[in-house]
Design a protein around this ligand. Structure first.
Ligand code: GTP
Ligand code: MG
Length: 175
């Protein structure tokens, strides 16, 4: 690791993959008696959220995944210490698009060759016909990424399942 305890993580992935929902699930519980965690609306622009894992404090940039906003992702690349790439495991048709966007991301001049840890979340594991993480990894061509440590795990942002394990891996990579 590189001993970081304050980490800027970019949360990227196609629109509707569950980025905003999973950041709400990772947020520390609200001390007020009711913590409604309302359904996420599509993100406009970006917002910053916070969570902690394994003694690491993460500032998470939640960026819109809508096609017309994806060109804005690269503005955040240089400041990033880590990436979370979120995929809707049940959206089989758009896995091809997700793969293209991931390829653009890892080959971008501000990313290429940097050993940034890349956590891929095969999200919506609860959905009917969701692909297993191994299948999502194959569809995304993750084995071709050799300049970054990467890890894939299944997650369900609605229940929070899989998220703690995923971000614990990220925390171990940066510490
Ligand atoms: P953009 O902001 O448009 O880029 O989308 P996003 O990636 O932030 O997606 P968002 O969190 O807004 O979630 C999109 C929809 O998917 C919402 O209706 C969520 O409730 C739903 N959703 C998110 N995660 C899961 C999951 O793990 N399982 C299921 N079944 N639905 C999910
Ligand atoms: Mg969002």
């Amino acid at each position: 690791g590189r001993g970081r305890t304050d980490v800027t993580v970019l949360v990227l992935g196609l629109d509707n993959s569950g980025k905003t929902t999973l950041l709400a699930a990772l947020r520390p519980p609200d001390p007020r008696p009711h913590d409604p965690r309302p359904h996420a609306a599509p993100t406009v622009g970006h917002s910053v959220d916070h969570f902690t894992s394994g003694g690491v404090s993460f500032s998470a940039w939640d960026v819109s995944g809508a096609a017309r906003h994806r060109a804005l992702w690269e503005r955040h690349y240089r400041a990033a210490h880590a990436i979370i790439f979120v995929v809707d495991s049940a959206d089989h048709l758009r896995l091809v698009v997700a793969r293209e966007e991931l390829e653009l991301l890892v080959s971008h001049p501000d990313m290429c060759g940097r050993r940034l840890p890349l956590l891929v979340l095969a999200n919506k594991s609860d959905a009917p016909h969701a692909l297993a993480p191994m299948q999502v990894a194959a569809a995304l061509g993750l084995e071709r990424i050799t300049d970054k440590p990467w890890h894939i795990c299944a997650s369900c942002a609605l229940s929070g399942a899989g998220l703690a394990d995923g971000v614990a891996w990220l925390a171990r990579q940066v510490r």
